[in-house]
Design a binder for this molecule. Structure first.
Ligand SMILES: Nc1nc2c(ncn2[C@@H]2O[C@H](COP(=O)(O)OP(=O)(O)OP(=O)(O)O)[C@@H](O)[C@H]2O)c(=O)[nH]1
Length: 604
């Protein structure tokens, strides 16, 4: 147990790729927490997937011991924060466990959308900010320009910026000194009943749910009974400790400290991020720590096993992933076209991709995913309000009084020369311009409101391609607004394919219907008979294409001679079949279900 005056709790916030993980590694190395021999590429990014994608998904905490220039030893707790907009809430809870933050900015790039988004979160949490200008070793680094940016945009004195190269280890000891000198120690009340903030949790098959906690008041010992204030769940602490970076168990964690508690809970739902752990005796008598929000999925998609025998396995896999991920939701759904599957809810598109990849990689499942959509509030003529997270479940048009859809507030950072193309893109997506601010002579911050549904349809890729990769973006949920939306149905061979239905703005319906039908015409392979593809609103067909019947046998062109070639062709066909679904008598490939996602490319 360390006295609070000798504890510093901090995190590192940065835009993606500005060097957060590399700097964390250097700090661990410099403080001897981990020797360079033990050093794996990036200690804090544990999951294989994270490493491959170069992003951090789960927040973690590492304790370092550092002897400062004043001769005293400090316990420095570094809390890692997730680096993607889908995980803003998790970031905010990690920040709430700290008193200070290193704000890492790439000396060649300057401030980006997430630099600011994270900074605002840190300021909301009242953190002391230490700006660190990283990558000064690069020839294109311009630390003076970034220093000025920090002063002009963020409002911190340019003189407070530290210069560093995480890669070369330059500036690391100055950063550690600044952490001790500038970040205030925690001021918890040791004499009060326990209040501990859960800033992350994960499920361990031996120890149950491991909660990552910041002890705000009081203390907790192994064997103590604890209660979660939001969920009301009660358990006994099986083990307590901290990460260095491996788990080190201790008997007690006390006010100001950061560590883990093995709770024995069987599901992270009992121990949610943002909840407050206390002692059961005071439940209902003391205030929980502020800021708890139950995770709310924003993006929904149907997941169907390609092989319908895999349905029970898919359920089991989703259940297991959910043990570890309270923001993943799923419930069974049946599609006339795709059979039995699940409607899953995610925080955002990246979250969805991660889950799909894990199902395939860790559970060997082949999944057919429908195009993602948002959740609508539909008010019916009879006054009833229904939440609809699946386009095929939309009430018939005659029953609908009004429809509301989620909006986001969007900020985009870009060189000024791309303002035109960005404006065009956002306007085409029903975005509403709010504000433009010049950061420097040639860089702007543009703010818009936009429907979330428009953002999840390849917006990010479009933005990148229109700005040659220079623009960065961030968004936050900004409530529901009424919209004139219609359901677009797709009929293949005269049969409506429920999993291909999408919700679109009325003014866009014709264009989108046309584009979708054309795309499907290219994606659905020819069959032995003619297949009409139609787009319809209600019973009105607005677009049609016809896939001609297949006449020749694929093998015919091999003239029977080349056996290896024949084999290859058959292999290829088999490969293609893997992700096909028979819908009525027509085979539809996975790409067809995702076609709606890339529709805008051609249209705009
Ligand atoms: N030249 C140079 N490269 C650096 C420096 N710091 C980090 N990098 C490189 O920049 C890239 C991104 O660094 P990371 O540490 O993974 O960045 P990050 O901010 O953790 O990225 P996310 O985990 O995606 O948020 C890597 O290729 C690093 O090797 C530096 O000081 N100098």
């Amino acid at each position: 147990m360390t006295d609070q005056a000798h504890i510093r709790n901090f995190c590192i916030i940065a835009h993606i790729d500005h060097g957060k993980s590399t700097l964390a590694d250097r700090l661990l190395e410099y403080t001897g927490t981990i020797s360079s021999r033990e050093m794996t590429e990036q200690v804090l990014d544990q999951m294989e997937l994270e490493r491959e994608r170069g992003i951090t998904i789960k927040a973690q905490a590492v304790r370092m011991l550092y002897t400062a220039r004043n001769g005293e030893q400090y316990e420095l707790n570094l809390i890692d924060t997730p680096g993607h907009v889908d995980f803003t809430y998790e970031v905010s809870r990690s920040l709430a466990a700290c008193e200070g933050a290193l704000l890492v900015i790439d000396a060649t790039q300057g401030i980006e959308a997430q630099t600011l988004a994270n900074l605002y979160l840190a300021l909301e949490a009242d953190l002391t900010i230490i700006p660190v200008i990283n990558k000064i070793d690069l020839p294109s680094a311009d630390p003076e320009r970034v220093r000025q940016e920090v002063e002009d945009v963020i409002g911190l004195p340019a003189s407070e910026c530290l210069l560093a190269s995480a890669k070369e280890g330059i500036g690391v000891s100055e950063i550690l000194e600044a952490i001790v000198e500038r970040i205030p120690p925690p001021h918890g009340n040791l004499g009060r009943p326990l209040r501990a903030l859960v800033f992350d949790s994960h499920y361990d098959s031996y120890k149950g749910v491991i909660a990552y906690v910041r002890i705000v008041d009081g203390s907790v010992r192994v064997g103590d009974r604890i209660a979660m204030m939001a969920t009301g769940s009660v358990t006994e602490v099986i083990e307590a400790g901290y990460f260095q970076p491996r788990m080190v168990s201790t008997q007690i964690l006390s006010a100001g400290e950061v560590g883990y508690l093995a709770t024995g809970f069987k599901n992270v739902k009992d121990c949610r991020v943002g909840d407050t752990a206390t002692v059961p005796e005071v439940l209902g008598q003391i205030e929980p720590l502020p800021g708890y929000k139950p995770a709310k999925p924003m993006v929904f998609a149907g997941f169907y096993p390609v092989d319908s025998d895999d349905y029970p396995l898919l359920r089991e896999a989703l259940e297991r992933l959910q043990l570890n991920d309270a923001s993943l939701s799923f419930e069974p759904e049946t599609s006339a076209a795709l059979g039995f599957g699940f409607r899953c809810g995610f925080l955002g598109l990246l979250h969805m991709e991660i889950i799909q990849e894990r199902l395939e990689r860790e559970y060997g499942l082949r999944i057919l995913a429908t195009a993602p959509n948002v959740e609508y509030y539909v008010t019916k003529r009879n006054g009833e309000v229904v939440k609809v997270d699946n386009p095929s479940a939309f009430p018939p048009p005659g029953e609908i009084e009004k429809i509301e859809e989620p909006w986001v507030e969007l900020s985009i950072f870009s060189p000024a020369r791309y303002i035109g193309p960005i404006m065009e893109l956002v306007t085409a997506r029903r975005g509403v311009f709010k504000e433009m601010k010049y950061i420097e002579a040639d860089r702007v911050l543009l703010t818009y409101s936009m429907p979330l549904a428009e953002l999840i349809v390849d917006f990010h890729d479009q933005l990148k391609s229109r700005t040659q990769g220079y623009a960065s973006l961030d968004y936050s949920f900004a409530g529901y607004r009424e919209a004139d939306l219609v359901k677009l149905d797709i009929l293949v061979n005269g049969q409506p394919v429920d999993a291909l239905s999408i919700i679109v703005h009325r003014s866009e319906a014709y264009r989108r219907g046309r584009a979708l039908v054309e795309k499907l015409h290219k994606l659905i392979p020819r069959q032995l008979f003619e297949v009409p593809i139609q787009a319809a609103i209600g019973s009105r067909v607005i677009a049609r294409e016809t896939i001609k019947a297949l006449r020749k046998d694929v093998l015919a062109k091999c003239y029977g001679g080349d056996v290896t070639r024949k084999k290859k062709l058959l292999e290829k066909q088999k490969e293609g079949k893997k992700r096909m679904k028979m819908v009525g008598s027509v085979e539809i490939p996975q790409e067809a279900f995702m076609a709606v996602l890339s529709l805008k490319e051609d249209g705009e």
